[in-house]
Write a protein that binds this ligand. Structure first.
Ligand SMILES: CC(C)(COP(=O)(O)OP(=O)(O)OC[C@H]1O[C@@H](n2cnc3c(N)ncnc32)[C@H](O)[C@@H]1OP(=O)(O)O)[C@@H](O)C(=O)NCCC(=O)NCCS
Length: 129
């Protein structure tokens, strides 16, 4: 059976998006609501891969939008478990902005999400990894 650290490492989840015009706002940068949806989905997948249980989002903590993400760039989202509670897991999600035609890369956003394991009656259950 994997240790806590091994489960955290094996459940790190990454997704990469091209910032096409269908995801941008009228400033030609990534729309914040779309970014939040991507981050919540990534947190959900990270928590599910960690626990292999049914998970729901109970809370999204502070999310910082540090840099605008322009159309025509690449965004990489990385989710990692930072805390395991009794029925909840906290996931940190970082979003990196990467240029298409150079190796330039910087952190653009980060936030934390709390996910709760639920049973078939949608009640919280113990995280059993
Ligand atoms: C998630 C849900 C089942 C939790 O039920 P609940 O009765 O509030 O749960 P509890 O009070 O027993 O708390 C369960 C865990 O969540 C944590 N929690 C509850 N509310 C929280 C909040 N606002 N912020 C952070 N953690 C929270 C508790 O600390 C606890 O963690 P622990 O067991 O690790 O100590 C319920 O709130 C719910 O169904 N929410 C809707 C979920 C949803 O629809 N999400 C969007 C779609 S995925």
């Amino acid at each position: 059976m994997a240790s806590l650290q091994e489960r955290i490492d094996m459940s790190v989840t990454r997704t990469v998006k091209a910032i096409f015009p269908n995801t941008t706002n009228h400033y030609d940068t990534l729309f914040g609501g779309t970014a939040l949806m991507w981050m919540d989905e990534l947190a959900f997948i990270t928590a599910t891969r960690f626990s292999r249980q049914r998970m729901v989002t109970v809370s999204s903590d502070r999310v910082d939008f540090k840099k605008p993400v322009p159309a025509g760039t690449i965004a990489e989202l990385i989710g990692r478990v930072t805390h395991v509670g009794t029925t909840s897991i906290i996931i940190k999600v970082e979003v990196y902005l990467e240029q298409m035609y150079s190796d330039e890369r910087e952190k653009a956003m980060e936030g934390t999400f709390t996910m709760v394991a639920i049973d078939e009656h949608k009640k919280p259950v113990k995280i059993s990894y």
